[in-house]
Design a protein around this ligand. Structure first.
Ligand SMILES: Cc1cc2nc3c(=O)[nH]c(=O)nc-3n(C[C@H](O)[C@H](O)[C@H](O)COP(=O)(O)O)c2cc1C
Length: 330
């Protein structure tokens, strides 16, 4: 099965992707969090910097653009094609209210004419192959057959379907039944996305979708960096390699010039997902989230890892391992 690491703004940045691939190979492809060009198509320098390919031109990465008009998409896409990308992804899934209000991301799913205009413009002169990452609708996944009619009219490189409507944000149950007929209806590859957190989740999905060839995983992989390896029949995550991964990420953040406070806030974003690997360790986790200085953070990690509460089979959302609800924030 072809497996990709989903784009996650604030989590899967350039350093994360590089270190993850070095230490936990297993994902066939990564998608970068979106860049958001202004109306003239200009992309922030920092966003372009994060997509430079000089160090490893072969890294399997697809950048993503969030835009609501073809001119700004194409201007940004040309910049990305100049960096060496052969495929660029269009974001039609971002559920944020401010994004949707600008008719971007999932906001476009509520306006079929605007969506068609955008795709007409993009596919008239694309500087690279273009794939789409979409939700199944705005208010309901029942909108998807009509959306699919639109997508099928264009030569997409791939259609990635996050099997929820926008109203479901990240919480509703994915509409696996609604997705089932989609791959057979499309002349391009189709990828399933949504709530694959563990081997049991993938097994359930495969039995519901027997011909499934592509899956994209986000939060499950953020919560378990070895998940792709495990899904391919390899070893579960080890505590030692998780600690080495975290140390490498922090060292990279600090050596790249981020302030300690900012570097720690980035690490805590990861801990929002990683905490599922430490069921029953609320006290130690609280110390990780409360740490304000690097020394305190490292000491809190020592206590957490030494405490023996690491459980490689406790997955994001605790569906198969830990069943107690974890607090959402400390
Ligand atoms: C913190 C966070 C940031 C995200 N950033 C992006 C993004 O930049 N682009 C995008 O297309 N999707 C983004 N997503 C959505 C994920 O790519 C994915 O579609 C969603 O989490 C469902 O997959 P999962 O259940 O495997 O996590 C983000 C999700 C989260 C939780």
């Amino acid at each position: 099965m072809f497996m990709s690491f989903a784009p996650m703004e604030g989590v899967t940045g350039a350093a994360y992707r590089r270190i993850h691939r070095q230490m936990f190979p297993g994902a066939d492809r990564y998608y970068a969090p979106f860049v958001s060009p202004d109306t003239a198509g200009t992309v922030k320098r920092s966003q372009l910097e994060a997509l430079r390919r000089d160090e490893d031109p072969e890294f399997p990465l697809v950048p993503q653009i969030l835009a609501n008009n073809a001119a700004s998409f194409l201007a940004a896409a040309r910049r990305l094609a100049d960096l060496g990308y052969g495929e660029i992804n269009l974001n039609l899934g971002c559920p944020s209210g401010t994004v949707a209000a600008k008719h971007k991301g999932a906001g476009l799913l509520a306006d079929a004419d605007a969506l068609r205009r955008l795709l007409d413009g993009i596919f008239a002169q694309p500087p690279a192959a273009v794939s789409v990452k979409t939700r199944m609708g705005w208010a309901s996944t029942a909108e998807f057959p009509a959306l699919l009619e639109i997508f099928r009219a264009y030569p997409l490189a791939e259609l990635i379907v996050h099997a929820r409507d926008r109203a479901g944000m990240y919480r509703s149950d994915p509409d696996v039944g609604g997705f089932a007929s989609v791959p057979a209806l499309c002349p391009f590859p189709v990828c399933y996305n949504g709530n694959v957190f563990s081997p049991a989740d993938l097994a359930r999905l495969r039995s519901a979708l027997p011909g499934l060839e592509r899956v994209m995983i986000g939060r499950g992989a953020a919560a378990d960096p070895a998940l792709f390896r495990l899904l391919r029949g390899g070893d579960p995550l080890g505590a030692g390699e998780l600690r080495a991964f975290l140390d490498a990420l922090l060292d990279e953040a600090l050596s790249s010039g981020l302030s300690p406070v900012y570097a720690l806030s980035r690490m805590k974003e990861l801990w929002y997902y990683l905490r599922w690997k430490f069921p029953g360790c609320d006290k130690e986790l609280k110390a990780v989230f409360k740490s304000r200085r690097i020394e305190n953070y490292r000491a809190a990690l020592d206590a957490l890892f030494d405490g023996g509460g690491f459980d490689p089979y406790s997955f994001y959302g605790s569906r198969d391992g830990y069943t107690k609800e974890m607090p959402l924030s400390f």
